[in-house]
Design a protein around this ligand. Structure first.
Ligand code: MLT
Length: 256
């Protein structure tokens, strides 16, 4: 399905009936990442997936796709579907957006599940990396995408998941470069939402991976504890849905 947000097409899909579960993908991904979870989740739930602006089949809205802007798009989808509250599962950048949504709309969030994600803002070093990435994209976009996607996986699993990595790259090569840059700027400039997560007083869960090259496990684990999240640490890298699907699905059984 498609609707227009500020005259730009935004794609979303829905599956099944029941309590709503909104699935928010990460950077350089799209709604297709959730395919392995949908048959099970949609048995008893109304599952919604979206392509964030500049990702998948959705267009580019602005020079910077802030987490707040993406959360506005999410809210628009909920309104279109007449849904008053949902459980949110956000992968990495999708988790940043889920928190940017929970800040103004806590009443619309039933449960918050952050998969390979964090409420923290970028460190200074990470902000510098984002600026470097913006320059590399201008020089060689394909090389940037290839490197960035490879780097999401644990070193130990890159060979095993070579085919999945190639598929992800193939899809991301089709995304508009301005959209990729807009998301990088949005992530770089995002604010810390540790307090938002700490104060969120319904079910909150974090799934972290031992060898995540993006999120330092020890630091993120402490944040999860400080925010009062139920925490599950599993094997693998940043792409748990690919690298460790079984552990993720096992853990998500509480969703019903
Ligand atoms: C993602 O997987 O969404 C991004 O790698 C997150 C990030 O770069 O902070």
């Amino acid at each position: 399905m498609v609707f227009h947000f500020k005259n730009v097409p935004i794609h979303f899909e829905t599956f099944g009936k029941g309590p709503a579960i909104f699935l928010l993908h990460g950077f350089l991904e799209s709604s297709t990442m959730w395919k392995p979870l949908i048959p099970e989740l949609s048995k008893n739930n109304h599952v919604i997936t979206i392509d964030f602006p500049g990702h998948g089949k959705s267009g580019v809205i602005a020079e910077t796709h802030s987490m707040e802007l993406m959360a506005e798009v999410v809210n628009e989808v909920l309104q279109k579907l007449g849904i008053s509250k949902a459980t949110f599962i956000g992968h990495s950048m999708g988790g940043y957006v889920a928190l940017a949504f929970a800040e103004p709309f806590p009443e619309k969030v039933e449960r918050l599940i952050l998969l390979n994600s964090t409420p923290m803002a970028d460190s200074e070093e990470r902000k510098e990396n984002r600026d470097r990435a913006l320059k590399v994209i201008d020089q060689n976009p394909q090389a940037y995408i290839s490197m960035a996607i490879g780097n999401l996986f644990a070193e130990s699993s890159r060979e095993k998941f070579a085919a999945a990595i190639e598929n992800l790259k193939k899809e991301a090569y089709s995304f508009p470069m301005e959209g990729i840059k807009a998301a990088i700027r949005g992530m770089r400039d995002r604010k810390d939402r540790t307090e938002i997560l700490k104060n969120f007083n319904k079910g909150k869960y974090m799934i972290l991976a031992e060898e995540d090259p993006i999120l330092p496990i020890l630091e993120t684990e402490k944040i999860a504890e400080r925010c009062g999240c139920s925490l599950k640490i599993i094997e693998g890298g940043h792409m748990s849905l690919i690298e460790n699907l079984n552990s993720v699905t096992e853990y998500l059984h509480f969703i019903g």
